[in-house]
Design a protein around this ligand. Structure first.
Ligand code: ATP
Length: 452
């Protein structure tokens, strides 16, 4: 059966359930900027938490960092961004739209029926010109050239320039990595496709420093490891692929790059890039700053700039992939339901606590007590408003994997039902075991019931 998900359905669900709103909406919106509501924040925080767990908490060889967004302007000269972080831009004099010259084949111009830019004799495209993607701003009250700074377009450079600090203090041996999550900013020529490409976004980047001779092995290791992370969090294997870059696609710093791509409703697109950056960055910053960013082998005394393998993922793009992979519709007892089949560890709310009859003081009281107990260990929601069927559907739409229902029988024998979001199976357990049972459920492996 074909996947029912479309980008329109995701955008509409995100809006309806308060995951994501257009930014500055009351002023007419600001193209391709989004604000995250309650469930969007919880989902995004879960994506970041799972990444930090996999990268830092569960490993001994990676440490965390949080560097500044505004760095010394010379950082971007040394890294090559001031000169080279540009996309080729073309304008159409007829329809007045802008396109990325390297994406003309996938773009459509503003006219109806939609055409590829340059497809008709009326199209009047300019020659491509390079457009730097970095946002500029100023430090201090005086507008002179010395005060010009940039908002970072990637978090990686903040890691490289801290290499010496971390290498001295982290008490690690090579290979070791530095991981950082944070906002990045790019003045994209053609932002769009909801939160896939926006002007500000969050990145999860890790720079793994290795002896040069081991770089190829670690490059392959990180491609596998990162693909596995998405699989472990329930993304279907059929919707993930690894695409090595052709030589002419490689960035100025990279000797090899592979993208992990997800089959979004817009087609296969980059979710994460894994690059072998060689010693480009450490060497460039050593030359530009005069500070030696090198590794001294304590046994041989040998000094060298380690090579770097970088898995660079986007928080928002990952969130979009998780949402697309999870979206499902089905008919149950002649009623249609929309359900987000999110991995329980990614789901914004882990369990809902629902008194069958909200007006029943005893049921509501028991439910409240259970809720107070569960919220100490997980993100849970209490809801006593509306028919139980509507409350279940609301939880299905936000992807809540488990619902605990307190009913008449609870009052008689202290048992509650647990409803499973995916199978709709209901099980009765003792209310006293509620918390323990939820924690057990959250530890179970989970697979998407959607066809792979
Ligand atoms: P693209 O080719 O799609 O522009 P990129 O190759 O320039 O992406 P990287 O510089 O490798 O992207 O950044 C690492 C990750 O950051 C990307 O895989 C993506 O998940 C995320 N990312 C990059 N640009 C954006 C953006 N404008 N909006 C949202 N996420 C982004």
């Amino acid at each position: 059966m074909a996947d029912v998900v479309t980008m329109e359905k995701i955008v509409s669900l995100c809006r309806r359930r308060g995951f994501v709103f257009p930014a500055s909406e009351i002023y007419g919106g600001l193209g391709s900027s989004y604000d995250y509501g309650h469930y969007g924040v919880l989902l995004k925080e879960n994506v970041k938490a799972r990444w930090l767990e996999a990268m830092v908490r569960e490993r001994d060889d990676i440490v965390a960092l949080d560097s500044s967004i505004i760095l010394h302007p010379r950082v971007w000269e040394a890294s090559g961004h001031a000169g080279g972080f540009a996309d080729p831009l073309v304008d159409c004099r007829t329809c007045k739209q802008r396109f990325r010259a390297d994406q003309l084949a996938e773009s459509s111009c503003g006219r109806k029926p939609s055409k590829r830019p340059g497809e008709t004799p009326d199209c009047d495209l300019t020659e491509p010109r390079q457009f730097n993607l970095m946002f500029e701003t100023r430090v201090g009250p005086v507008e002179d050239t010395g005060s010009k700074v940039f908002l970072r377009p990637e978090t990686a450079q903040g890691i490289f320039i801290n290499f010496k600090n971390v290498a001295q203090l982290a008490r690690r041996k090579l290979p070791f990595g530095i991981a950082q999550i944070g906002k990045s900013f790019r003045n994209e020529i053609t932002p769009g496709n909801f939160i896939f490409r926006t002007l500000e976004f969050e990145q999860m980047e890790m720079e793994f420093f290795v002896p040069p001779a081991e770089a190829d092995d670690w490059y392959r290791y990180w491609i596998d490891e990162r693909r596995d992370w998405y699989l472990r969090l329930g993304v279907r294997a059929s919707h993930l692929r690894v695409r090595p870059h052709d030589a002419d696609e490689l960035s100025h710093y990279s000797s090899a790059t592979s993208d992990i791509e997800y089959l979004y409703p817009i087609g296969w697109s980059e979710l994460e890039g894994i690059a072998n950056r060689g010693d480009f960055d450490l060497t460039a910053h050593t030359e530009a700053s005069g500070t030696k960013l090198e590794w001294v082998d304590s046994q041989s005394g040998e000094r060298y700039a380690p090579h770097v393998i970088e898995p660079a993922a986007g928080v928002n793009r990952s969130m979009l992939a998780f949402l697309c992979d999870a979206y499902d519709e089905e008919v149950v007892a002649e009623r249609e339901r929309t359900v987000l089949r999110l991995h329980p560890l990614i789901a914004p709310v882990k369990a809902a606590v629902l008194p069958l009859i909200g007006r029943d003081a005893e049921m509501a009281g028991r439910a409240r007590r259970l809720y107070e107990e569960l919220r100490r260990v997980a993100s849970v929601e209490y809801d006593d408003n509306a028919q139980i069927g509507r409350r279940y559907r609301r939880q299905d739409e936000i992807g809540t994997p488990f619902a605990f229902t307190i009913d008449e029988q609870t009052l008689a024998d202290d048992t509650i039902t647990i409803r499973d979001r995916d199978s709709l199976a209901q099980e009765r357990i003792s209310i006293a075991r509620g918390r323990e049972h939820l924690l057990d459920l959250l530890e179970q492996p989970w697979r998407s019931p959607k066809p792979d």
